[in-house]
Design a protein. Structure first.
Length: 277
């Protein structure tokens, strides 16, 4: 249940970001997405943990990891701005296959020929969704695929940090550094509309849903092994499709459904192979 709730929060984050990006600069929305958890986590955790909240033995990797996730936020929110939720989320879910392939050269894990075949099979699903003669614009598709690559590197950095770093410290660095990096986009706010109170609440909710999702994900991983949880991530496709229909009136076509099915099947088979080892 914790994992499903986390995925629901991430789908809410993506949907709200897509809705707001029609009127406000993506960079400003990303800044709010990280600033809110940085303030909340600092206010709640620092009085209880003191300096231990910010003590880390691997500060360089903490910065790199947080910068990767900030880049993912820019690319995903920017890509989803003009692409339906179901198609955009499906493209992003090529990430688990990229992680599997990069785990060999980066972490020294064994990658078999079957993993490469599954990656190619999954990529055929990407081509089916983003077919050259289709309706999806090229640049947002490339942004989402680039976001998938950065998110794969982010996951590998998280794996590297996990044995030695406290989860709450990593979560705080993610928010703090993400807010700092995305603040470079604040000048764009001078050329955008001033949000009313309803949109202000939605902007603040970006940080709340992102923070809640990551917290629930950490708690889920504390109660269940990654091999059990990893297949569940594809439930986010269901949430994304449902929210895309309810909020934007978008329903995926046959090719998008087929491509998503191929990507999901490839990811589940890859997770099954990893569980067998």
């Amino acid at each position: 249940m914790l994992m499903l709730a986390a995925l629901f929060c991430f789908a809410v984050l993506d949907t709200t970001g897509k809705y707001l990006s029609q009127r406000y600069p993506v960079g400003v929305l990303v800044w709010a997405r990280y600033l809110v958890p940085a303030i909340v986590l600092g206010a709640v955790l620092y009085p209880r943990m003191g300096r231990t909240l910010v003590v880390t033995a691997r500060w360089r990797l903490q910065i790199v990891r947080a910068a990767l996730l900030a880049g993912v936020s820019f690319l995903i929110m920017g890509g989803l701005r003009t692409i339906p939720m179901a198609e955009g989320t499906s493209l992003f879910f090529i990430t688990p296959l990229i992680v599997t392939l990069l785990a060999g050269p980066v972490l020294g894990e064994r990658v078999t020929g079957a993993h490469w075949l599954l990656a190619l099979f999954g990529f055929s699903g990407v081509l089916l969704i983003a077919r050259p003669d289709g309706d999806l614009p090229l640049m947002p598709v490339l942004m989402l695929l680039a976001g998938s690559l950065l998110y794969a590197l982010y996951q590998l950095a998280t794996r590297t940090l996990a044995p030695t770093e406290r989860p709450l410290t990593t979560l705080f660095y993610t928010a703090l550094i993400g807010a700092g990096i995305s603040s470079v986009a604040l000048p764009a706010a001078a050329h955008s509309d001033i949000p009313g109170w309803q949109d202000t609440l939605l902007v603040l909710s970006l940080g709340v849903s992102g923070m809640a999702g990551h917290f629930l994900l950490i708690r889920a991983m504390a109660f269940a092994p990654a091999s059990t949880l990893s297949p569940l991530i594809y439930v986010q496709l269901v949430w994304a499709t449902l929210m895309g229909w309810l909020v934007f009136g978008d329903l995926p076509g046959a090719s998008a459904i087929g491509g998503a099915a191929i990507i999901v099947a490839s990811g589940l088979l890859s997770a099954w192979l990893a569980h067998r080892r």
